[in-house]
Design a protein around this ligand. Structure first.
Ligand code: PLP
Length: 450
């Protein structure tokens, strides 16, 4: 890591950023983005010589860390051969990326439609489901994030949707399971599962099953809380979908490609959806890439009838080359298994130990390298440390907590009243322990609010 101090260069980057870059999800005048000078593995650094342990994996996408040498080399090599080519052509690198992905997706999800990211993957999955069934409605959960394009943001339940609400027709929200704050007055996970499935069936009955094209779920809900579904829930949804001829879409944009300690989160429950969407971890975001893995039956719908959708950069050669190198590196280096072990032996036990010491921690949940600490003012009432807000932003005292992490060299992922612990899948045990030790210090600050 070549970390040096060059304050003038950092100031110049910031000035140019302020002058010309319009940032996502932000009030432009109220933000002060860090000027990043470089990154390697689980760390990145600024122009002042400050180094940060990336416990956010950026937007939970750098599953193999920053600047993995095999992936960087593959992008460089592909750039020397063929930088871009339209999706209608067959390319070695594109077919290889599709083969590697299809080999890992569950069941018969053997055809891959490439996109440039997660939201577009969900847009196209919805389009496929509607055309396949001839129905219009799509059901999604309130606690979800599916992306920021028109349909994807409408399907999102996270309140960031509010300001963006376009009134897209055919979107119906329902409650998914969340035992800690049960909407169903459930007393345990099994009850939560049973009642959540009953609620879904009742929703379908009132919407009219013959009008419902698809149900889209995050296999493990990510941004909206790292909600691991109770045993039996996904299998129950699968069964309901089969019964009513509804397409089951699993959004694995955040949970896929090793994040949960399996190639896909669906593997933990042995459930195969009809469509599975992915992005982020497929190539750790080194070049924008996402896609839809498609079942045999849905692919067959478009065997003799054109699929009316596509993007100029679908299956971009540089993105595909980075996906091939990422997937191969993950397999060669045992990164998925490593993520599972980190969860079971370091992160899970480490976070539970923190919960023993810090009354502000209401619940610890997660698996693999996909965890959340839900922070509360009072463990009995479960009052969130910050009120529910539409911005999804870190309101006080969560903002204070985030700042304290950064001062100590830890880059956190904070959402609402939660601290998400989502380091790269190939973080070392020592790096994870370094991060947990910093969390231990800053949680004492938060304890003062209980
Ligand atoms: N789906 C899920 C579960 C996500 O977490 C995200 C992004 O965070 C998206 C979809 C949208 O992906 P993108 O930002 O690549 O469009």
């Amino acid at each position: 890591m070549s970390i040096s101090v060059d304050s003038a260069a950092g100031q110049a980057v910031k000035a140019a950023d302020r002058a010309h870059v319009f940032h996502s999800w932000s009030a432009q005048a109220l933000i002060d983005p860090l000027a990043v000078a470089g990154a390697e593995g689980s760390y990145f650094w600024d122009y002042e010589g400050n180094r940060f342990l990336d416990f956010s994996s950026q937007l939970v996408n750098t599953n193999i860390g920053h600047q993995h040498p095999k992936v960087v080399a593959a992008i460089q090599e592909q750039a020397g051969k063929l930088c871009t080519f339209a999706p209608a052509f067959a390319l070695d690198v594109r077919s290889e990326a599709a083969r590697l992905i299809a080999e890992r997706t569950p069941g018969d999800l053997d055809k891959i439609f490439f996109t440039n990211g997660g939201a577009e993957a969900n847009e196209n999955a919805i389009r496929m489901a509607r055309l396949h069934t001839g129905r219009q409605k799509v059901l999604s959960t309130y606690r979800s994030y599916h992306g920021a394009t028109a349909n994807a943001i409408a399907l999102t339940g996270d309140p960031r949707r509010w300001a963006n609400e376009t009134g897209v027709s055919g979107v119906v929200h329902f409650w998914g399971p969340y035992a800690y704050r049960s909407n169903f007055h459930a007393e345990n996970e099994a009850q939560e599962c049973e009642r959540a499935l009953q609620h879904l069936e009742a929703t379908i009955a009132f919407e009219g099953p013959q009008t419902v094209a698809a149900i889209i779920l995050e296999t493990v809900v990510g941004t909206a809380g790292i909600l691991v579904p109770p045993a039996g829930y996904l299998a129950g949804v699968r069964e309901i979908c089969d019964r009513y001829g509804i397409v089951f879409i699993l959004d694995e944009v955040m949970a896929g490609f090793g994040r949960t300690g399996a190639w896909f989160a669906a593997d933990h429950w042995g459930v195969t959806p009809d469509l599975l969407t992915f992005a982020k971890g497929v190539n750790s975001g080194y070049v924008p890439l996402g896609g839809v893995a498609i079942s045999g039956a849905i692919a067959e719908t478009f065997a003799e009838r054109p699929f009316p959708g596509g993007l100029t950069y679908s299956g971009h050669p540089l993105a595909c080359a980075s996906a091939v190198a990422t997937i191969n590196a993950m397999a060669e280096e045992g990164i998925v298994e490593h993520a599972r072990q980190l969860g079971e032996t370091v992160i899970g036990p480490g976070l539970r130990e923190l919960a023993d010491r810090h009354p502000v921690i209401g619940e610890v949940r997660g698996l693999g390298v996909f965890w959340a600490l839900e922070l509360v003012r009072d463990r009995t009432t479960r009052e969130p440390l910050t009120p529910y807000n539409a911005a999804g932003a870190a309101a006080a005292p969560m903002a204070e907590l985030a700042a304290a992490c950064k001062q100590r060299g830890l880059w956190p992922f904070v959402n609402m009243n939660r601290l998400h612990v989502v380091p790269p899948c190939n973080s070392s045990e020592a790096e994870v322990k370094e991060g947990l030790a910093i969390l231990d210090e800053v949680l004492s600050i938060a304890d003062a609010h209980t």
